[in-house]
Design a protein around this ligand. Structure first.
Ligand SMILES: Nc1ncnc2c1ncn2[C@@H]1O[C@H](COP(=O)(O)OP(=O)(O)OP(=O)(O)O)[C@@H](O)[C@H]1O
Ligand SMILES: *[C@@H]1O[C@H](CO)[C@@H](O)[C@H](O)[C@H]1NC(C)=O
Ligand SMILES: *[C@@H]1O[C@H](CO)[C@@H](O)[C@H](O)[C@H]1NC(C)=O
Ligand SMILES: *[C@@H]1O[C@H](CO)[C@@H](O)[C@H](O)[C@H]1NC(C)=O
Ligand SMILES: *[C@@H]1O[C@H](CO)[C@@H](O)[C@H](O)[C@H]1NC(C)=O
Length: 386
């Protein structure tokens, strides 16, 4: 499936597996106890429910599940409790081929849990979240990673001060690549590529906007948009654009209205939603949408870099002829509202690419909400892209 999807998106055969750098998702792993009811219960009533199951949840953790089902190699990074529930979570990550080898294990604090009520009558998902204060991931945990293994890092917008430190750490890594890339002899030996950073602003906390100056791609969830007083996707993109760094890509999904995105040069693209015949389970629809978008954009990034490297090695052979194609500059205005002078280097995202990405993501999210959990998503995607 990987190869046919890859062909469809990039137009060439995929590179051999070990060459593909990982996507890392940083955030929370939690235990979801999902109860499926005919209808949402009345307070102080009794009802025989249709089904009850344990499921691994948490935004970054769900996003990893879908990335893995799409065929992307991926890793989860977040604190894990050492209590007995973690066995279930770890087994499930193993089953889904999600690497979790860098997660710090915390003794003496239970794992975050959610009780989720799915109503068949309305398709709604009601979430009761409990976190017994499992400590947040810290910069020192993040510093244990070997950043050469990753091409993309996605953050849940959580503890702003710690996440900013991690983003700055990635930034200095990127900068270190620039210096050694000016030396041709070094460059030929490494296939290290600068890391792209994405972030999801989801919780209605105003301080999360402080993460925007470091993000190349920002997902703005409806809860966050509402908390800022924005009523729809276009209003959200317009306003958030002013707080993002120059050349950032902003993406906003809005359940049955589909999704909208703004490219680095401020073009707006839009996709409708693709609902299934029957909506079964919308828990994690947003996480699925994000994963499919990341998968698509990372695929385009990888082949863009490959192509540029090939062009550059051609250029050195054919003397120093100017290539008008690669030097064509797109109009990306400097954002003077924010301190960061760095401009995002996501030149691989143009209107066509972003349109393709959110269309694909709406298809994948639409397929997911017709399923219970994620089982069978792989097969639907295979059929969709045969
Ligand atoms: N009711 C729906 N009908 C059709 N498509 C939907 C519906 N809900 C979600 N989707 C699809 O999922 C994508 C993501 O939606 P959104 O981010 O609003 O999900 P969410 O409800 O926040 O999910 P989560 O459980 O992760 O919070 C949408 O762009 C759309 O493609
Ligand atoms: C994940 O995101 C959804 C909305 O997209 C939110 O309702 C839910 O509480 C989040 N889960 C966690 C564990 O943060
Ligand atoms: C962020 O994490 C640090 C370290 O765990 C903690 O001291 C701080 O209170 C957290 N801040 C927020 C806003 O959660
Ligand atoms: C390097 O990392 C920083 C993190 O702040 C990011 O903003 C920047 O766009 C990255 N560079 C490239 C070339 O991706
Ligand atoms: C979005 O919201 C703004 C502000 O409420 C409104 O002016 C605009 O017409 C809305 N756009 C759409 C497409 O509904």
């Amino acid at each position: 499936m990987i190869s046919s999807l890859y062909k469809k998106i990039v137009g060439t055969s995929p590179p051999p597996e070990p060459d593909v750098p990982k996507i890392l998702c940083v955030g929370v792993n939690c235990l979801d106890i999902v109860t499926v009811c005919k209808e949402f219960p009345l307070e102080d009533s009794e009802q025989r429910c249709l089904e009850q199951r344990w499921q691994r949840g948490g935004n970054a953790s769900n996003t990893c599940t879908v990335l893995s089902l799409l065929g992307s190699s991926c890793e989860f990074l977040g604190s894990l409790s050492s209590d007995q529930h973690v066995i279930f979570l770890e087994d499930d990550m193993r089953k889904h081929k999600i690497d979790f080898s860098h997660c710090p294990i915390i003794d003496g604090v239970g794992c975050p849990m959610s009780t989720v009520i799915l109503s068949i009558a309305t398709g709604s998902r009601t979430i009761l979240h409990f976190n017994p204060n499992l400590p947040e991931l810290l910069l020192k945990d993040f510093e244990k990673l070997n950043l050469e293994d990753y091409s993309w890092i996605h953050f849940e917008g959580r503890n702003v001060s710690e996440v900013i430190c991690m983003m700055q750490y990635v930034e200095s890594y990127n900068n270190s690549l620039n210096t050694c890339q000016s030396d041709d002899s070094v460059k030929l030996e490494t296939n290290r590529i600068p890391i792209t950073i994405s972030v999801e602003l989801e919780k209605p906390k105003p301080e999360l906007v402080d993460l925007l100056p470091y993000a190349d791609v920002a997902f703005i969830a409806r809860d966050f948009a509402h908390s800022k007083g924005f009523d729809n996707m276009s209003e959200t993109l317009r306003n958030i654009g002013e707080e993002a760094k120059s050349g950032a890509t902003i993406i906003c999904a809005w359940s049955e209205w589909g999704a909208m995105g703004r490219t680095p040069d401020s073009m707006i693209v839009q996709s409708p939603s693709f609902p299934p015949n029957q909506i079964i389970d919308t828990l994690g629809a947003g996480d699925t949408f994000n994963a499919a978008t990341l998968y698509y954009l990372n695929m385009v990034k990888t082949s863009f870099i490959k192509k540029r490297e090939e062009e550059e090695s051609h250029k050195t052979k054919e003397t120093f002829e100017e290539s008008s194609e690669t030097d064509k500059k797109r109009e990306i205005k400097q954002n003077t509202n924010i301190e960061s002078t760095e401009c995002s280097r996501t030149e691989f995202i143009n209107a066509n690419v972003l349109q393709g990405a959110i269309n694909f993501a709406c298809h994948v999210a639409g397929a997911k909400i017709g399923l219970r959990g994620y089982d069978g998503l792989e097969k639907i995607l295979r059929d969709l892209y045969k």
